[in-house]
Design a binder for this molecule. Structure first.
Ligand code: GLP
Length: 649
């Protein structure tokens, strides 16, 4: 079910901005089940005609829910894929087909092994062809597409640089299948898959933009808030070589399928009053006035009737009477988001405060999907909650072991080895058999780890002991980070959820086992207030999976009084800050508190959180609030409110 336009005139306004037909779905699963039905229809229609269907396929996390649905259709609806021919968009160069991150292997795992497409119908560019033969191999790939009659339906995802396939910025509209160098942003995005950026291949073979544009029909899918800006640029911006997805504007049969989070930067969602569809509810009024203040570069209280009229907000003005009234409402609403009492101010009137004053102190639960998540977004708030006497518990849902490099694990194992040698020299030497055995066991553990690192190579599966060591390294960092903001190590929980321990990036699958662990944790903690993240994230991300687990687990307790009363605050992740209109609670920080936060983040060393995360978003939020006419703070941490038990996605 797609959210389709309400009126013709609305549609024509949308088209004024959107140069590609774009459909927005409640979730990736809804979008993929509709698309999978379309593909099923095509397969069956071609079967009747005795013809093949030629599909262009993509990799990455985006098409995974589509492939799962196609597999279901094959199994449960008994649809054969024997008449399907496939061409994959791209492949990393220099890794063989057995490599766990090769796109060939990805496609086998995610689709081909589970449906009956004949192996000789499957085409993935060869990433191991010698450099000198690459050109011929790419030409042969193009010829095979032509021999198959061309691609009927091309499926695409979109990379953060706006690339389709691996057509990085600079790719031309007429480019064909070829060997390309990967952009540094693309390599950084792929770093978690390859357990470190240094392991990400530098080159890839990709279909060209011209090859893709020759497909008879094209569907690009995108999920999660991190794709929102680049999608909007591709759909609404100029056609440009710096965003290869923008070339799709030139195709006559193309659709973008988005979930709500990925659509959030489109003009019709961001500034609906400009496409003539304003609902003017409280939220929209707030958002539009903050936008207007930003556009006019003025504090809210200085906006004038003329400015409302000149910016498509005249009907709002007519409704509310004057700019003065509208300005005051927005100013107060913004003002009321600011609090130095994130857990509620005891014995104070809380009518206009973000958080209830009772109970005090509160059971506060802070959820960190990956160990560094919470402090990056809310170290200042954590510190305040502790200082204000709340019972603060931090729960790490996943161990974060996949973020720890082999180099860091090697360093720890070598330290252990040296420690055991020193210990033996100082305290051992035959004086006490038990002590000697202790040192020698320690040394064998260290050498077991060192061997495991060597044996698995840079990308192999991690044996249990190595994965455990990496998890423990992460735990140490998490404890240090928490202690900087005053959370005692006994108040930290590590769930080490199994979906993470058993999975790989972009392919995690949570099960009932994970859900039960989260539900049990909640039953023990009985929180009055929860801080969490991931509601808008890419559904395949750890943050989104953990958020869904939390919401589902909370629903299991819906009849308990603590769950009904619990307030839920949402912090945004590393990549996207909250915009002022989204903020329901703004917790100011002094320069000292900001320094403390940076020091807390600094405890996470082994995967090197980029510096720009060290409080930069908080500085920006403070500047935004100041510009809107609020008090001038050094930095502000910000939160959205989530209607916990009523939450739907
Ligand atoms: C890679 C692939 C693209 C894919 C992109 C986005 O760059 N070559 O085809 O669209 O990643 O990946 P994801 O879907 O995981 O966000």
């Amino acid at each position: 079910m797609s959210f389709d336009p309400c009126t013709m005139s609305y549609q024509s306004h949308v088209e004024h901005f959107e140069k590609i037909k774009t459909l927005i779905f409640p979730s990736s699963v809804d979008a993929c089940s509709e698309l999978a039905q379309q593909i099923k229809g095509l397969i069956l229609a071609r079967q009747k005609e005795g013809r093949d269907l030629v599909l262009g396929l993509a990799t990455g996390s985006t098409p995974v829910p589509l492939y799962r649905e196609l597999i279901r259709i094959h199994r449960e609806e008994k649809v054969s894929f024997r008449n399907v021919i496939t061409f994959n968009l791209d492949e990393y160069y220099g890794i063989n087909r057995d490599h766990p991150e090769s796109y060939f292997r990805f496609m086998q795992d995610q689709l081909f092994d589970h449906v009956d497409i004949p192996p000789d119908h499957i085409h993935v560019p060869d990433g191991m062809v010698p450099m000198d033969d690459a050109f011929d191999s790419c030409e042969a790939f193009e010829r095979k597409i032509a021999d198959a009659g061309g691609i009927d339906l091309q499926i695409l995802g979109i990379g953060s640089t706006g690339h389709i396939g691996f057509n990085e910025p600079g790719s031309t509209q007429v480019s064909r299948t070829r060997l390309v160098a990967l952009d540094k942003v693309t390599r950084r995005d792929a770093a978690p898959d390859f357990l470190g950026e240094e392991n990400v291949p530098r080159f890839a073979i990709t279909m060209g933009v011209g090859t893709i544009l020759q497909a008879r029909e094209i569907i690009l899918m995108a999920w999660g808030e991190n794709k929102a800006d680049i999608v909007a640029q591709a759909v609404e911006g100029h056609v440009t070589e710096s965003i290869s997805a923008s070339f799709l504007q030139e195709h006559s049969n193309v659709r973008f399928l988005l979930d709500t989070a990925a659509s959030s930067s489109l003009t019709r969602i961001r500034l609906p009053w400009l496409v003539g569809r304003a609902m003017w509810d409280e939220r929209e009024i707030h958002r539009s006035i903050i936008w207007l203040a930003g556009k006019e570069k003025k504090p809210v209280l200085k906006l004038t009737d003329e400015e409302y009229n000149e910016n498509g907000m005249g009907d709002l003005l007519t409704r509310e009477g004057s700019a003065y009234n509208l300005n005051i409402i927005t100013f107060n609403r913004l003002q009321h988001t600011i609090t130095g009492w994130p857990g509620g101010k005891p014995d104070a009137d809380d009518t206009n405060r973000p958080e209830k004053s009772e109970p005090h102190p509160k059971n506060v639960l802070i959820i960190a999907p990956e160990p560094s998540d919470a402090v990056v977004s809310m170290a200042g708030t954590m510190s305040r909650l502790v200082t204000q006497g709340h019972r603060v518990r931090v729960c790490y849902f996943t161990s974060g072991s996949l973020r720890v490099t082999d180099g860091a694990a090697t360093r720890f194992a070598r330290t252990l080895e040296m420690l055991s040698l020193d210990g033996e020299k100082l305290h051992g030497g035959g004086r006490d058999e038990t002590v000697d055995r202790g040192w020698s066991e320690q040394r064998s553990f260290a050498s077991l780890i060192l061997n495991q690192i060597l044996e698995k190579g840079p990308f192999g599966e991690h044996p249990a002991a190595l994965r455990r060591l990496k998890a423990l390294i992460r735990r140490g960092e998490a404890r240090d980070a928490c202690s900087v903001v005053g959370v005692h190590h006994e108040h930290i929980r590590f769930l080490d959820l199994p979906f993470y321990e058993k999975g790989r990036y972009r392919r995690f699958i949570a099960t009932e086992e994970d859900l039960m662990m989260v539900a049990d944790m909640l039953a023990e903690e009985r929180p009055d207030q929860v801080y969490t993240t991931g509601s808008q994230a890419d559904p395949s991300s750890i943050q989104a999976i953990c958020f869904q687990l939390f919401i589902k687990a909370l629903k299991r307790h819906e009849n308990e009084s603590w769950a009904k009363m619990c307030s839920i605050w949402h912090y945004r992740g590393h990549q996207k800050a909250l915009a002022p209109h989204e903020i329901a609670m703004a917790v100011p920080m002094s320069p000292d508190q900001l320094r403390q936060k940076i020091s807390s983040i600094g405890k996470f060393q082994v995967h090197g959180i980029p510096n720009n995360l060290s409080g930069e978003q908080d500085l920006r939020t403070a500047v935004d609030y100041d510009a809107l006419g609020m008090a001038e703070y050094e930095a502000i941490e910000s939160f959205e409110r989530i209607e916990g038990l009523k939450y739907k996605r």
